[in-house]
Ligand binder design. Structure first.
Ligand code: PLP
Length: 416
């Protein structure tokens, strides 16, 4: 076994609470160490109970006068309010819910595609999940011009200078990711948003890989649109799109023609929300509130700070291990600095196909994954299609140092 360098910061404010935390996720009782959380997190017991409660007792159509329908409506409204609070939206009408992040971008792009004129420009990056690229580039068929903001292949950062060179008077929207689901790098959303706004355009931010790890504050960041998926944030398989109210009111409806312009979010939410899953969202905020109390901190933001410290200890332990291995190339920042990265860590191994690692670790009950993770263009740009993509270890606040040690022991057994 390799001995870890002693410099690894391993102090975690969550450590005394991990038994409580893990007890809230029934699936964590299994023998598996789950390190595929960026693919999908474990679900809170409180969320699953709310789904069940809704389905077993209030599965009726909303909007009628009878008591059960009123109660069902109340439960769904509470879920939407919880979602608004989770992202610090000023108004619950700014919350659009849908079946997946991919679907929500496609819906918004369909509306924006009617709103923009031929010749208007949208900028996308080559580091994003394809959900936040393809929906926009497909608008080229309507005469909208799309441009790629390329990653700096030396630093693996998105440079503002490069963005500045791409933007013109016709640039209407800049779409980028908050955290790359491969690199784990946190992009400075407030800074990029300010830069884009000063040049007269709006931003669309994919926060799917950020949301499980840090506090979202759409008002503080002044973002125009923000996206994430609840099934990666300890909740049900639905997703959320935030849009500033004044923007949503201006956008064309993709729902029934007779809806008025201020029918938000309904005009951008065809078919309405999934009732039972929406009602369960208060299970996620309820968990965050319970943690706030247990940790004795004064805000949910402070709970997320504790997540960041814990996750940085996990990431530090694993990155320090990887750095002792000459055949390993870490794809992304090799420091566990919680301001720079989340604990989604990708790597490749000289002379080893990335697919070999998960297959081997399956035998040790350690769940990791390999591939392009739909960040297809990033993998191609970095030449990593040659190695069958990357091996990705994606952790969450409920993972433990002991689980990281099981992972490194598994990699040792592989012969790393
Ligand atoms: C960064 C990022 N964006 C978007 C998506 C797509 O999310 P969904 O599965 O909800 O469509 C994912 C899914 O893995 C992702 O990691």
């Amino acid at each position: 076994m390799t001995t870890l360098p002693i410099s690894t910061p391993q102090v975690s404010p969550l450590e005394p609470h991990l038994d409580f935390i893990r007890s809230q996720f029934p699936a964590l009782q299994s023998p598996w160490a789950f390190f595929d959380n960026a693919g999908g997190s474990q679900v809170l017991r409180g969320v699953a109970e709310k789904v069940s409660e809704y389905m077993l007792n209030t599965s009726v159509q909303l909007g009628a006068s009878y008591a059960t329908s009123q109660q069902a409506g109340q439960r769904v409204a509470e879920g939407v309010q919880a979602a608004a609070r989770f992202i610090n939206a000023a108004d619950p009408r700014e919350v659009i819910l849908g079946s997946s992040a991919t679907q929500l971008v496609a819906n918004l792009a369909a509306s924006i595609g009617e709103f923009f004129e031929p010749g208007d420009e949208i900028i996308v990056t080559d580091t994003d999940h394809e959900a936040n690229i393809g929906a926009w580039t497909r608008l080229e068929s309507r005469g909208i011009i799309t441009k790629i903001w390329p990653i700096n292949t030396q630093t693996l950062e998105l440079d503002l200078e490069t963005l500045g060179e791409l933007m013109t008077a016709n640039t209407r929207l800049v779409c980028f990711t908050h955290v790359s689901n491969v690199l784990g790098t946190i992009n400075p959303v407030p800074e990029i948003t300010k830069f884009v706004h000063e040049r007269g355009a709006k931003v669309f931010v994919d926060g799917v890989a950020y949301a499980p790890h840090r506090r979202i504050d759409v008002q503080a960041w002044d973002v125009d649109f923000y996206l994430f998926s609840w099934y990666k944030v300890y909740g049900p398989h639905i997703s959320l799109l935030f849009g500033k109210l004044e923007r949503l009111i201006k956008l064309p409806s993709i729902n029934h023609f007779f809806l008025p312009p201020d029918a938000v979010p309904y005009k951008l939410q065809p078919g309405n929300v999934n009732y039972e899953l929406t009602s369960s969202l208060s299970g996620v905020t309820g968990y965050m509130d319970a943690l706030q109390e247990r940790l004795g901190v004064d805000s949910v933001a402070a709970v997320f700070d504790a997540f960041a410290a814990h996750e940085s200890a996990l990431a530090g332990r694993f990155l320090d291990y990887l750095k002792t291995k000459p055949r390993v190339r870490i794809i992304g920042h090799d420091s566990a600095d919680p301001l720079k990265r989340v604990d989604t860590i990708s790597f490749v191994i000289d002379g080893v196909a990335s697919s070999d690692i998960p297959k081997f670790l399956d035998g040790q009950h350690v769940a990791v994954r390999y591939g392009h993770f739909y960040a297809y263009r990033l993998i191609q740009t970095l030449g990593l299609d040659q190695t069958e993509g990357v091996v990705r270890v994606s952790m969450a606040h409920y993972n433990t140092l002991e689980e990281v040690d099981r992972l490194t022991q598994g990699l040792e057994a592989f012969g790393l």
